[in-house]
Ligand binder design. Structure first.
Ligand SMILES: [Zn+2]
Length: 125
């Protein structure tokens, strides 16, 4: 399954709707990818939010700068959903995501300056 299919149940429907709008408006960029971490930037109005997907023992932890310090549970905000959709669209997973077995990230399609603007291609889902 795609990362979005794997994580869909963690996000409310209206949050997913707004996250998708960020992708369609080309407001999501992937800043940096390592096998275990994917860092994104989402432009939301006049602000930029840093998102971070991190693999931990086959599971995925999620962080977003729109959540204040001290938040213990994973945030499920529109910025993270936009980043998840961008990850699927860009093909940044090396394999198929399964519960408890999220594959490593790959950055093969990043451009020379280390970033790529997403949202130009049609969503495959
Ligand atoms: Zn956020």
């Amino acid at each position: 399954m795609s990362l979005a299919q794997l994580l869909e149940s963690k996000f409310r429907g209206d949050v997913r709707f707004r996250g998708l709008a960020f992708l369609q408006a080309e407001r999501v960029s992937i800043a940096r990818i390592t096998p275990d971490d994917l860092h994104g930037v989402v432009r939301d109005g006049g602000s930029e939010y840093q998102t971070h997907l991190s693999r931990l023992e086959g599971d995925l932890r999620m962080f977003c700068s729109c959540v204040g310090e001290g938040q213990t549970r994973d945030p499920a905000c529109k910025h993270l959903w936009a980043t998840i959709l961008a990850t699927d669209e860009g093909g940044y997973l090396t394999g198929t995501a399964r519960p408890g077995a999220v594959p490593t990230f790959c950055g093969r399609s990043l451009s020379a300056d280390g970033s790529e603007q997403l949202g130009r291609r049609r969503l495959r889902r």
